[in-house]
Design a protein around this ligand. Structure first.
Ligand code: NAP
Length: 283
């Protein structure tokens, strides 16, 4: 069976490395391929490629996570709430969309942080990753504060999540200035970066001044290339606990793998293959 990653552009893919290593480990007759699909070709790619009988599913990345929803037969409730699909399952030609990004992030954060009840989280960014992560956090923590370069996007996300019954946290928003970060981090327990600041090749960038980081904070960076970003290096030096984006990447992959194969994913193999491909480091 075939699985694809559809996106545009598609450069190096950790997902291909991770899933092919997992298929091989379990001896499954599956292969994961990259499929570069321009926005104007998305409908055709879904109807002609993804619906084929030898295709089990796909991952979906930028810029198709929202637009692909219009071409599927069914959307899982959580993906509907997040308003984005990153995983598709083909069941006899019928396509169902899921979102495993939020599940992956929540699992990674929970493993490192522990019981999330009563926790206060600050999220930097209001794009696709922020939507999935803030949705799952807002179901589980007591406060979520979303800070974004474009404040109106943070406000729209905050208003939207506040309107969902299952998002029981108190949710607020602001811009991404040093002052707003400083004020938001006072009394916060978890800081999540979902901006691309610090991502390869601009690895010296960081969304937060080191002086604002402190012990007692868990700093999670969704950026996974490099695994240890400048933000995480400085967080560690300031006594904060840290969590790399590799764990979210692997856990969203684990959830997708299990949807496609119905088998328990070989998580250690998946983690190792990603860390190898990224050149080591991080957890
Ligand atoms: P996205 O939808 O394009 O959103 C990017 C967000 O970052 C927006 O809120 C944007 O603010 C903000 N931003 C972009 N450039 C900025 C800058 N120079 N300064 C301040 N803010 C900036 O992207 P995404 O899909 O959410 O992905 C974001 C990051 O998460 C990427 O690094 C990606 O690799 C990572 N990610 C990791 C995983 C994982 O499994 N670990 C999964 C998904 C994504 P505006 O609204 O102002 O434009």
């Amino acid at each position: 069976m075939l699985c694809y990653l559809i996106g545009y552009p598609i450069g190096h893919s950790m997902s291909a490395v991770m899933h092919n290593a997992a298929f091989m480990e379990l001896g499954l007759d599956f292969a994961y391929h990259l499929l570069e699909v321009r926005p104007e070709d998305l409908e055709k790619a879904v109807s002609e490629t993804l619906r084929a009988s030898d295709v089990r599913g796909a991952n979906v990345t930028i810029p198709h996570k929202v637009s692909v929803m219009g071409y599927l037969d069914e959307i899982d409730l959580e993906a509907m709430r997040i308003e984005a699909v990153n995983t598709i399952v083909n069941d006899g030609g019928r396509l169902k969309g899921y979102n495993t990004d939020g599940i992956g992030a929540l699992r990674a954060i929970r493993e490192r942080y522990g019981d999330l009840r009563g926790a206060r989280a600050v999220i930097l960014g209001a794009g696709g990753a922020a939507r999935a992560i803030s949705y799952k956090l807002a179901e589980n923590v007591s406060e979520v504060r979303i800070l974004n370069r474009t404040p109106s996007r943070a406000e729209a996300l905050s208003d939207y999540l506040s309107s969902l019954r299952e998002c029981r946290a108190e949710i607020s928003s602001d811009g991404l200035s040093r002052d707003s970060i400083r004020a938001s981090l006072e009394g916060a327990d978890i800081l999540v970066n979902t901006t691309p600041l610090g991502m390869h090749p601009d690895t010296e960038a960081s969304p937060v001044d080191q002086g604002l980081l402190r012990p007692g904070l868990l700093v999670f960076d969704a950026v996974y290339n490099p695994p240890t970003t400048r933000l995480l290096r400085e967080a560690e030096a300031s006594g904060s606990r840290v969590l790399t984006g590799v764990s979210m990447l692997v856990y969203q992959g684990v959830a997708a793998f299990e949807l496609w194969t119905g088998r328990e994913a070989p998580e250690a193999v998946m983690m190792e293959s990603v860390l190898d491909a990224l050149g080591g480091g991080g957890s």
